[in-house]
Design a protein around this ligand. Structure first.
Ligand code: C2E
Ligand code: MG
Ligand code: MG
Length: 636
C-alpha cells in the first residue's frame, strides 16, 4: 500500500515535472516568438519547440498560400525537414487538405470520423501523424504537423492538446510576422515604385523639356518657330503699347528655294536653311527675334524700329545673302525678297501684322524689288494666299495665262535671233501678277507640269506662225527642274513636239541648279531633247554651281549670264572680269553667251567689247505680247 502510494507520488511528481517543463517550454516559446517579427525565425523557433513538445521525429509547418489553391511547407525541424521545406502541394492533397476542409486537427482519434475511402488511404499512417490547424485571428493559416513519435508509438490525446495549445500561441505570432513581412514587402515594392516613378518623372521632365523645345523651336534651323514668334511679337506689342513705340516686322522669303530642294535634295536644302539662319543671326540684336515661319520663310521682329529703319535692316538681311554658300562643295547663290510691316501703322495685333508683312513680301516679288513695305492702298493680294492658289488653279484650267516674248538680239548683226517666252497672268481683281509669284504657286501645288506643256505648246505654235513670216526664230521656254525631272516628261514632250522640224523652233531654258545631283539621271533625257532638235540654254548662269565642262558634256548650247552680274559690269571690276572670263571659257567650249537684263547702252557697249554674242533686256525691248513682238521684229 505504501509502495503503491509512494509510486503514485513519484508518478505525480513526474507528471508535474513534465507539466512544468511543458509550461516552461510554452512560456519560453511564447516570449521568444511573440517578440520575433522575422517570419523565418518564427517558423524556425516554432518548429523546433513543437518538435520538442510532442517528441516528433519531424515537424513541419504547412501554410496556405496567397492563391488559396496550394500550401507550402514554410517551416520544419528534425528528420528530412530540410528536404520538405519550400515544397508546395495542392490544397486538397493529403491530410493537410482534410484539416483545411474540416478545420479540425488530425490525429489517430479522428479515424472513426473519416469516410471509408479516407480511412483506407490513411489508416496505416494515422498513428504516426498529428496535424493541428493554425487559425489566425483573421484567417486560417495552415497547420503544424508532427511525424513519427521518437522512440515509436502513436501521438496521443495529450500530444494533441499540447500541440493545439502551442498552435494557438504561435498562430498569433505567425500572423503578426506575416503581416510585418507583407508590409515590408509592400514597402520594398513601394520603394521600388518610388524609384521607378522618380526615373519616369525624370524622363518625363526631360522629354517634356524636349517637347517644349520642339514646340517652340524649329528643328532645322534651331530658330524660334511660329509659335514662339507669336509669343514674342505679342509680348513686344504689349510693351510697345505701354511706351508708345513702334515695331518693325520683316518677312523674308528665299527665292526659288523649291528648285534648290528639288535638285540638291531635302537634306542639303535643310543644311542651306540652317546656314541662312546662321547668317541672319549675325545681324540680330539681343532683344530682337529671328524666327522661321516654315518652308523658306523667315521672320524678324525689330522692337523700336520705324518704317525707314526696318527697310534699312531688311536690305541688310537680303544683302547678307550675297556671299554664296558652300554646301558640301556646291556653291549656291541665294536671293531673297522681304516684306515690311510696322506696328501700329499696319496693324496692332499679331495676325494683321504677319498678314501684311506677307502681302508686302509678295509685292516685293511681284515688282522684282528686294524689299517692299506694306501698302494698304495697293493691297491687291489682300485676299490672301489661299485664294491666290485657287485662282491660279482656275486660271490654268481656263487657260487664262499668256506668253509674252522678249527678243534676244545678236550683237553681231543687230537681228532678232530668238525670243524668250515669259508667262503672264492678268487677274481681274489683282491686276498683273508676276511669274515670280504664280510660277512659285504652280510649282508648290503640283500644277507646273500642266502649265509647262501648255507653254511649250503655245510657244511652238507661235514660233511656227512666225516662221512663215520671218523665217527662223527660236522661242525659248523656261522649264522648271520639277517638270524636267518628272518621270513622264520624256513621254509627254514627245506628244507636244512631234519631230525635228518642230524641235528646231525651241530652246529650253533650265536653271543651272539642276545639274548637280541629277547629272546621271538627266544625261539621257537631255540627249533625247537634243535629238529632237531642241536646244538647251542655262538660265541665270553664275548663280548656281555647274562647271563649264559639265555643261559641255550635256551638250548645252547657250549660257545666259544672270542679270545681277550683267547690270553691274560697268560699276564693278570684279563682275566685268567674271563676265569676261565666262564668255571666253564658254567660247572655248563652243557655247554661245547671252547677257540678260541689259538696260543701258553703256552695258551693251561693254558687252560688245567683251565678245558677248547675244543680249536680252529692256534696252532692246520689254517682253511683248505676240502681236507687238511681230511688229518689233518687222521694225528691225
Ligand atoms: P528669267 O527666265 O530669268 O527671265 C528673265 C526675267 O528678266 C523676266 O522676268 C524678264 O522680264 C526680266 N528682264 C528681261 N530684261 C530685263 C531687264 O533689262 N531688266 C530687268 N530688270 N529685268 C529684265 P519675268 O518675266 O518677270 O520672269 C521672271 C522669272 O519667272 C523668269 O526669269 C523665269 O525664271 C520665271 N518664268 C517666267 N515665265 C516662266 C514660265 O513660263 N515658266 C517657268 N518655269 N518660269 C517662268
Ligand atoms: Mg529664262
Ligand atoms: Mg534668267
Amino acid at each position: 500500500m505504501k509502495k503503491e502510494s509512494s509510486d503514485k507520488v513519484v508518478d505525480l511528481n513526474r507528471i508535474l515535472k513534465e507539466k512544468e517543463s511543458e509550461i516552461e517550454l510554452l512560456q519560453q516559446t511564447f516570449t521568444e516568438i511573440c517578440s520575433e517579427l522575422d517570419l523565418d525565425n518564427v517558423f524556425r523557433i516554432a518548429s523546433e519547440r513543437a518538435r520538442e513538445l510532442i517528441n516528433a521525429e519531424t515537424l513541419l509547418i504547412p501554410l496556405l498560400d496567397n492563391n488559396c489553391e496550394t500550401y507550402t511547407y514554410r517551416g520544419g525541424a528534425g528528420k528530412h525537414a530540410d528536404e520538405v521545406v519550400g515544397e508546395s502541394l495542392p490544397l486538397e492533397f493529403g491530410v493537410c487538405g482534410w484539416v483545411w476542409k474540416n478545420k479540425k486537427p488530425w490525429w489517430q482519434g479522428m479515424l472513426d470520423q473519416l469516410s471509408d475511402d479516407e480511412k483506407n488511404a490513411w489508416e496505416k499512417e494515422s498513428s504516426t501523424l498529428i496535424l493541428v490547424p493554425l487559425q489566425g485571428k483573421r484567417h486560417f493559416l495552415g497547420g503544424i504537423a508532427g511525424m513519427n513519435k521518437i522512440g515509436g508509438g502513436a501521438f496521443n490525446k495529450k500530444d494533441l492538446n499540447l500541440l493545439q495549445l502551442f498552435a494557438s500561441i504561435v498562430s498569433i505570432a505567425i500572423e503578426n510576422a506575416m503581416a510585418v513581412s507583407s508590409m515590408e514587402a509592400s514597402h520594398r515594392l513601394n520603394d521600388d515604385y518610388r524609384q521607378r516613378l522618380e526615373i519616369l518623372n525624370r524622363q518625363l521632365t526631360e522629354s517634356s523639356k524636349e517637347l517644349e523645345y520642339l514646340s517652340l523651336y524649329d528643328s532645322v534651323t534651331a530658330l524660334p518657330n511660329r509659335s514662339l514668334f507669336h509669343d514674342r511679337l505679342t509680348r513686344d506689342i504689349n510693351e510697345a503699347q505701354y511706351d508708345n513705340s513702334t515695331i518693325g516686322i520683316l518677312l523674308i522669303d528665299i527665292d526659288n528655294f523649291k528648285d534648290i530642294n528639288d535638285t540638291l535634295g531635302h537634306d542639303k536644302g535643310d543644311i542651306l536653311l540652317n546656314r541662312i539662319a546662321r547668317r541672319f543671326e549675325q545681324s540680330i540684336n539681343p532683344h530682337e527675334t529671328l524666327a522661321r515661319l516654315g518652308g523658306d520663310e523667315f521672320i524678324v521682329v525689330l522692337p523700336g524700329h520705324n518704317e525707314a529703319q526696318t527697310v534699312t535692316r531688311a536690305e541688310a538681311f537680303v544683302k547678307s545673302l550675297q556671299q554664296d554658300f558652300n554646301i558640301e562643295g556646291n556653291r549656291i547663290v541665294v536671293n531673297a525678297s522681304a516684306g515690311v510691316a510696322v506696328y501700329p501703322e499696319h496693324g496692332n495685333e499679331f495676325s494683321a501684322l504677319l498678314k501684311h508683312a506677307d502681302v508686302a513680301m509678295y509685292d516685293a516679288k511681284n515688282s522684282n524689288a528686294q524689299v517692299a513695305v506694306y501698302d494698304p492702298a495697293s493691297d491687291r493680294l489682300e485676299q490672301g494666299h489661299l485664294s491666290l492658289v485657287s485662282d491660279i488653279r482656275k486660271a490654268l484650267e481656263e487657260r487664262r495665262f499668256e506668253l509674252y516674248y522678249q527678243p534676244k538680239i545678236s550683237l553681231d548683226t543687230g537681228m532678232v535671233v530668238a525670243a524668250e517666252a515669259l508667262g503672264r497672268w492678268f487677274d481681274s481683281s489683282r491686276g498683273e501678277v508676276s511669274p515670280q509669284i504664280f510660277i512659285d504657286v504652280l510649282e508648290n501645288n503640283g500644277l507646273i507640269n500642266d502649265y509647262t506643256y501648255w507653254a511649250i505648246d503655245t510657244a511652238l505654235a507661235q514660233a511656227k506662225a512666225w516662221q512663215k513670216t520671218f523665217g527662223y526664230i527660236r522661242v525659248a521656254v523656261n522649264v522648271s527642274p520639277q517638270t524636267l525631272m518628272h518621270p513622264d516628261f520624256r513621254h509627254n514632250l514627245d506628244q507636244v513636239v512631234i519631230n525635228h522640224d518642230e524641235g528646231r523652233l525651241l530652246t529650253f531654258e533650265i536653271t543651272e541648279n539642276l545639274f548637280l545631283s541629277e547629272f546621271d539621271r538627266l544625261a539621257d533625257l537631255l540627249e533625247h531633247i537634243r535629238s529632237l532638235g531642241i536646244e538647251l540654254s542655262i538660265d541665270d548662269y553664275g548663280t548656281g554651281y555647274s562647271s563649264l565642262s559639265l555643261l559641255r558634256r550635256l551638250k548645252v548650247s547657250e549660257l545666259k549670264i544672270d542679270q545681277s552680274f550683267v547690270r553691274e559690269i560697268v560699276d564693278s571690276r570684279d563682275n566685268e572680269i567674271l563676265v569676261h572670263s565666262t564668255i571666253k571659257l564658254a567660247h572655248n567650249l563652243g557655247l554661245g553667251v547671252v547677257a540678260e537684263g541689259v538696260e543701258s547702252q553703256e552695258v551693251m557697249d561693254l558687252l560688245v567689247d567683251l565678245g558677248c554674242d547675244t543680249i536680252q533686256g529692256f534696252l532692246i525691248s520689254r517682253p511683248l505680247p505676240a502681236g507687238q513682238f511681230a511688229d518689233f521684229v518687222r521694225s528691225r
